[in-house]
Design a protein around this ligand. Sequence first.
Ligand SMILES: NC(=O)c1ccc[n+]([C@@H]2O[C@H](COP(=O)([O-])OP(=O)(O)OC[C@H]3O[C@@H](n4cnc5c(N)ncnc54)[C@H](O)[C@@H]3O)[C@@H](O)[C@H]2O)c1
Length: 268
Amino acid sequence: MESLKDRTAVVTGGASGIGRALCLAFAGEGARIVVADIDDAGMAETARGVAKAGSKAITVETDVTKLASVQSLADRAFGEFGRVHVLCNNAGVAVHGSLDSASHRDWEWVLGVNLWGVIHGIEAFVPRMIAQKEPGHIVNTASMAGLIASQGLGVYNTSKYAVVGLSETLAKDLRPYHIGVSVLCPMGVATQIRESARNRPADLTNEAPSAVEPVELMGRTLAPAAVAEMVLSAIRANRLYVITHEEGLEALRRRHERLEQAVLETKA
Ligand SMILES: NC(=O)c1ccc[n+]([C@@H]2O[C@H](COP(=O)([O-])OP(=O)(O)OC[C@H]3O[C@@H](n4cnc5c(N)ncnc54)[C@H](O)[C@@H]3O)[C@@H](O)[C@H]2O)c1
């Protein structure tokens, strides 16, 4: 997609951090915005920012873990604006700790938001985006933790590796319909991700609070606005991978070398 002017963009997790920055960046390009989140106050703040940028936003309370909620979001978005051109499946949460101590509730919560949230977005929006027969783009927020497995982030890694795999296939599946796909893989970004538990539902909260310290991320901490600019340029160029931190290059290289080595060592 070359221009977002007068297009419609839907952003889940749009009440904070990277999601809010995406809303503001798209609004700056003249797009109409559908902000989706479970945080009403945060969404209202994002909508004010969109208005300041000279564009229109609606806010739709949405829990991405629930298919019916994401389907209602799609109904509202198409109902209000007629078309949806950009869908950002961005809502996400993180837990820290080793896999042997992860609770069932950790798995359910993190996979529910980070993986099922993306799946629900695809189920609710893609058939209608195909049917409207206009160029479009889907951005799925994964993480560098979807390409490199760090100790202490196993549950999160699992969800994000799945989002990378899903996005790689989605890009192939949607090519005939002129719908591009990008998968956003940042390292540190200055957001509220470390306070993810603020939105954790009571029935998925652990009985004993976790004493685990968050994993220290290596590399720079980028501003959400800088990440949003990278996403905009990936949409324009139809680039699949949006890898925001060059600090990750060495670790990616080592992983690929180990994979190559494994093939060579294993071959008959
Ligand atoms: N900040 C980082 O360092 C970093 C690095 C890599 C990837 N990410 C990913 O970026 C994405 C955005 O996170 P962020 O860093 O902006 O964090 P953030 O906490 O600032 O924003 C996340 C948003 O998701 C919303 N959310 C949580 N559960 C939800 C649900 N069930 N339904 C709808 N919305 C829900 C929250 O209310 C919040 O507004 C996430 O997918 C995260 O995993 C962040």
